[in-house]
Design a protein around this ligand. Sequence first.
Ligand code: URA
Length: 233
Amino acid sequence: MKLVKLIANLGYGSRKDVAWMFREGRITDVQGEVLYADDKLAHEQILVDGEPLDPPPGLALIMHKPVGYTCSRKDQGRVVFDLLPPRYRMRDPALSTVGRLDRDTSGLLLFTDDGALLHRIISPRAQVAKVYEVELANDLRGDEGALFASGSMLLEAEREPLEPAQLEVLGPRRARLSITEGRYHQVRRMFAAVGNHVEALHRASVGGLVLREELAPGNWRMLAPDEVETIFG
Ligand code: URA
């Protein structure tokens, strides 16, 4: 692929913008030699303004989503893409969130530009467990775990019962819930169905990938391929 297209596809600008960046000498090799638009060079040999190029397509990243951000590219308010470099919004193939977390949910959020990987994670058939920590407005009754695990729980206005989910009680109003689906507002609706109300919701893990404390709310980092595989391990 021509360098202009490769760099434009990474979101650095239109092809016209990138052609200008070449003319201005902003695109160099690692020795600082100015590159030309028709040069052929390995991705890792290219610098823009002295910085390595963003990763090529096939990337996956993990974010600690803070409360108050919407999982969308454009919205009136704050969106999770505001927490990434602005050019990540313009990449081709596009970077998307892997499923969504509500605006008022915090925790582990994945992004990828790899459609097959995205599908592998969110498809209910893949049985990837998503674990949520829940704080509730009312004391647990005691029968929620059995109902959630039954495989016959129906949410309001739905025809398909929920897949069995595992509830671990951590306190009178605190629990951990593991689900393998990602229906709309699923966790909040499950607790609403048993007469409760979710006051705080945090996703702690997706499959074997756990959100560690080192990643503070609002921070993100690239995932190495072996870390991506832990999701399915
Ligand atoms: N279930 C919800 O209700 N909200 C989320 O953000 C995720 C799962």
